[in-house]
Design a protein around this ligand. Structure first.
Ligand SMILES: [Mg+2]
Ligand SMILES: [Zn+2]
Length: 185
């Protein structure tokens, strides 16, 4: 058994790249990192985390775009993040009505990565801008951070009691700095 790795499961839209609520991204040219995303990735790398992006892409299941288009978006995203080595991007293509086991907060995408890469859950984190991300972490029995970019602030208000034990950071760089301070169990 190889050594366990510490990992980050990062949400894509509204966490790593900009999201306009209600707008489904399918054009690689419109992929835009937040201004602090690269600094955050730099720090994650320095701290020795393996980075995964874990994303709900229900636009496929809803018929707004194809899986092929999502993969083009991911090629672009990987090229923007090139020096920082994203290990894998996984996504759920289903619409909510399909009740699949992989749409966050359901845990399947995380379970698969944990098994495939021998992830040390206790020293790993989920980071995202929605309660579905922090619930995804709960379902995996992992720690999580809510970032206040995109949907974060509205989610914080809407679910204040559910989120009361969740660490909240301004953005992905804030989350990286928190992990630098508090990451090791
Ligand atoms: Mg998001
Ligand atoms: Zn799914």
């Amino acid at each position: 058994m190889p050594n366990k790795i510490k990992a980050l499961f990062l949400d894509r839209d509204g966490t790593v790249i900009k999201e306009k609520p209600g707008v489904y991204l399918c054009d690689p040219k419109k992929v835009e990192l937040y201004k602090n995303t690269k600094s955050a990735f730099k720090l994650f790398k320095k701290l020795g985390y393996t980075i995964f992006i874990v994303s709900n892409q229900s636009g496929i299941g809803r018929g707004y775009f194809t899986e092929k288009e999502v993969k083009k978006v991911h090629e672009r995203l990987l090229s923007l993040l090139k020096p920082y080595e994203v290990k894998e991007i996984v996504f759920c293509p289903h619409a909510p009505s399909e009740n699949c086991p992989c749409r966050k907060p359901a845990p399947a995408m995380g379970l698969k990565l944990i098994k495939k890469y021998n992830v040390d859950k206790d020293n790993s984190f989920v980071i995202g801008d929605k309660k579905s991300d922090t619930d995804f972490a709960k379902n995996l029995n992992m720690r999580s951070i809510l970032v206040l970019t995109a949907n974060g602030r509205a989610q914080q208000k809407k679910y204040s009691s559910d989120l009361k034990d969740i660490k909240i950071c301004r953005d992905l760089l804030g989350a990286a700095k928190y992990i630098q301070r508090e990451g090791l169990k």
